[in-house]
Design a protein around this ligand. Structure first.
Ligand code: KG4
Ligand code: ZN
Length: 386
């Protein structure tokens, strides 16, 4: 059992060992359970990943046709101990060598956040470590700084299953919001389109998230065969909207199903073309709104010159086509594009541990008495995903 193992390691924490560890780099254990991934990692101050582990619930939710919060919570409860143990074991350190424990407390699914927070509070009590509460989207925004130096302030586009936002990152916990989605997030749209297209029945896509499946099929499709209009072309701000696109795609799917004499669960012959058109429309919308944000930052002199950075992260930022669209915009406007590798764009424990390191370095949000710490949204505030 994980708890036993962690306890027996604690016994090796003799007083002299404390003196020895003092000059070692600081270490943070990060724990992520905000949605459907149970992640943990130990990261040091220089960005070395000492140990990590991830349990993805994707397979279960794909079969169920969406994330059911109570199911997500049950799976987090079943896996959190094993995942944390694996990350700590892989790191080769004893938990008492940790400087702090950092955990996602918002935003996310209340029932999922609860599991990570409660488990972390137990560890904190056991090992007498400080706690660092983490905002999931801030963690996505800062991940890239673990890999190479991107100085504040920078422009950041965060695109995931629950969010779409543009902000200026001015410091570790200091973000100026420029725009966000008015309805649903791009990852949510891609997941719902994939579900509507019954992609879980497609032999090549059955284990992929909606976004991954759309990217995979789009490579074999012709976007010009399916006509979609761009969202919000008249809006002079940096907000996003994806629900209109989803409605358009649904109408096209209904029409194609009629034409093909469709049966429930069948895959349309034009599925690749639909995927290509949807991916292109999402990419173009993200690129256009980001372009507006770039022009705004230039006009107001909000970012350092030359070559201000645009950081892009969150699960949807794994998409190569979307990255290329953003590359075109950044190159044309003298910005530099920075994206973490796909594995670090989707949810993981590493980004949480790294945000803990950033907060330690900045001396912010280090909590020695975590009794008043709560997750947000609290239970009953709706079961929406972040
Ligand atoms: O950041 P993330 O792991 O979890 C949230 O915070 O929501 O993002 C998950 C989302 C899902 O909607 C998934 O379909 C999407 O990221 N995604 C992708 C790709 N890989 C994952 N979207 C587009 N292209 C991809 N390659
Ligand atoms: Zn995320």
């Amino acid at each position: 059992m994980v708890t036993h193992c962690l306890r027996s390691r604690a016994l090796s924490c003799v007083p002299g060992a404390r003196l020895l560890t003092r000059c070692k780099p600081r270490l943070v254990l990060g724990i992520e359970t905000s949605c459907d991934d149970t992640g943990a990692a130990v990261v040091d101050e220089t960005g070395n990943i000492l140990g990590e582990a991830l349990y993805s619930q994707k397979g279960t939710h794909l079969k169920a046709g969406g994330i059911i919060p109570t199911v997500a919570q049950k799976l987090h409860k079943e896996h959190i101990e094993k995942v944390v143990q694996e990350a700590v074991d892989n790191s080769g350190i004893s938990p008492c060598e940790l400087t702090a424990i950092a955990t996602t407390v918002k935003p996310g699914l209340a029932l999922s956040l609860q599991v990570g927070l409660e488990y972390s509070l137990k560890l904190i009590e056991q090992y007498k470590k400080p706690f660092i509460p983490i905002h999931h989207m801030e963690a996505h925004a800062l991940t890239v700084r673990m890999l190479h130096l991107v100085e504040f302030p920078f422009l950041v586009l965060l695109v995931s299953g629950g969010h779409s936002l543009l902000a200026i990152a001015r410091g570790v916990s200091d973000f100026l919001l420029l725009g966000q989605t008015l309805d649903e997030a791009p990852g949510d749209t891609l997941d719902k389109v994939a579900r509507r297209l019954s992609l879980k029945n497609h032999p090549a896509c059955c284990t992929m998230s909606g976004g991954e499946a759309i990217e995979y099929l789009a490579k074999m499709g012709n976007r010009l065969h399916v006509e979609l209009t761009q969202p919000m072309s008249q809006h002079l701000d940096c907000d996003f909207s994806f629900s209109g696109l989803r409605n358009q795609v649904n109408q096209i799917i209904v029409k194609k199903e009629k034409e093909e004499g469709f049966r429930e669960g069948q895959i349309l012959s034009c599925v690749n073309d639909i995927a290509a058109a949807v991916q292109h429309t999402v990419a173009a919308h993200l690129a256009k709104r980001t372009h507006r944000a770039i022009l705004f930052c230039k006009k107001e002199g909000l970012l350092p010159q030359p070559n201000p950075p645009l950081v892009v992260s969150g699960g949807v930022a794994s998409n190569e086509y979307i990255r290329k669209a953003l590359q075109i915009v950044t190159e044309a406007n003298g910005f530099s594009l920075h994206c973490p590798p796909p594995k670090l764009c989707t949810d993981n424990g590493i980004m949480i541990a790294w945000n803990g390191i950033e907060k330690l370095r900045a001396g912010v949000d280090i909590v020695h008495n975590p009794k008043g710490i709560r997750y947000e949204p609290k239970e009953g505030d709706g079961g929406t995903r972040h």
